[in-house]
Design a protein around this ligand. Structure first.
Ligand SMILES: [Zn+2]
Length: 267
C-alpha cells in the first residue's frame, strides 16, 4: 500500500518519501507557488497605484489654495472700492460745506466773524485738496488691483483646467487599477482552489506578516526570506522529498530550490 504522510504537526509539515509522493508534494508546491505569483502581482499593482489617491488629495489641496488666493484678491479689490466710495462721499460733503459757508460769508456782520469763517473755508478747501490727491492715488491702486485680479483669474482658470485634467487621468488610472486587481483576485480564487487547504491556511497566516510567504532554500540551505541557514538535515530532507517545511528562523514556508527549478540550488 502506498503510504502518504503529509501532516502538519505543530508548525512542521512532515513529508514522506517515495517517488509518487514526491510528485504529489511537488504538485502542491507548484500550486502554492502559482498562487503566490498572483499575490505578488496584486501586491505590486497595489504598491504602484497606492500613490494615486494621495495625488488626488494633493490636487484638491492645490485647488483650495488657488481659490483662497483668488478670493483674497477679490476681497482686496472690494475693500479699495469701498475706500474710494467713502473718500468720494467725504469730498462731496466737504464741498457742500464750503459752498454753504461761502454763501454765508456775506451775512457776516463783523470783520472778525468774516475772517474766522474765511479761515474755516480755507482749511476745508485744503482738506478737500488733500482728499482729491488721495482719490487720484487710490484710483491708481484700484486700477492695479483690477489688473492683478484679472491675472489671478486667468491663472486660476488655467490651473483649474490643468488640475482637472490631471485629476481625470488619476481617476482613470485608479479605475483601471481597480479593474486589474479585481481580475487578479478572481484569478487568485481559481488558483487557490487548487492549493491544499492546510497549506493555504498556513500560507495565508504567514502572508499577513511576511511577503513572500513561500521562499526557496539555496545551498547550503539558506532561506531566501531571512538569509539564515536551516539545519542541514532539514535541507537534505527537503531536497529529497521536494516538499515544504517551515523556516525555523522566520517561519516562512520553505522548499529546496531544485523542487521548482531543477538545476538551481546545487553547488
Ligand atoms: Zn527564513
Amino acid at each position: 500500500m502506498r503510504w502518504i504522510r503529509t501532516v502538519l504537526v505543530g508548525r512542521r509539515i512532515h513529508a514522506a518519501l517515495d517517488d509518487s509522493e514526491a510528485f504529489d508534494l511537488r504538485d502542491k508546491l507548484k500550486a502554492l507557488a502559482e498562487l503566490q505569483k498572483v499575490d505578488l502581482e496584486i501586491a505590486s499593482l497595489r504598491k504602484a497605484t497606492e500613490v494615486h489617491p494621495k495625488q488626488l488629495v494633493e490636487l484638491e489641496k492645490e485647488q483650495a489654495t488657488a481659490r483662497a488666493a483668488l478670493e483674497a484678491e477679490r476681497a482686496r479689490l472690494l475693500e479699495i472700492e469701498q475706500q474710494r466710495r467713502g473718500l468720494e462721499q467725504n469730498i462731496a460733503d466737504e464741498k457742500d460745506k464750503v459752498r454753504k459757508w461761502e454763501s454765508r460769508l456775506t451775512e457776516q456782520r463783523s470783520p472778525r466773524e468774516y475772517a474766522a469763517l474765511a479761515r474755516e473755508i480755507d482749511i476745508a478747501k485744503k482738506t478737500n485738496q488733500t482728499m482729491a490727491e488721495e482719490l487720484v492715488a487710490l484710483g491708481k491702486t484700484l486700477a492695479a488691483a483690477r489688473e492683478a485680479l484679472k491675472g489671478k483669474e486667468q491663472e486660476f482658470t488655467s490651473g483649474l483646467n490643468a488640475r482637472g485634467g490631471r485629476a481625470t487621468q488619476l481617476k482613470d488610472k485608479m479605475k483601471g487599477a481597480e479593474g486589474q486587481v479585481r481580475q487578479l483576485e478572481e484569478k487568485r480564487a481559481k488558483v487557490a482552489s487548487h492549493v491544499d487547504k492546510q497549506l493555504l491556511h498556513r500560507y495565508d497566516l504567514v502572508k499577513r506578516k511576511r511577503m513572500p510567504a513561500l521562499v526557496s532554500l539555496l545551498a547550503p540551505g539558506t532561506c531566501q526570506g531571512c538569509n539564515m541557514n536551516v539545519p542541514p538535515q532539514l535541507y537534505n530532507t527537503l531536497r529529497s522529498t521536494l516538499g515544504m517545511d517551515i523556516c525555523p528562523s522566520c517561519h516562512r514556508l520553505i522548499y529546496a530550490a531544485e523542487a521548482l527549478e531543477p538545476h538551481s540550488g546545487s553547488v
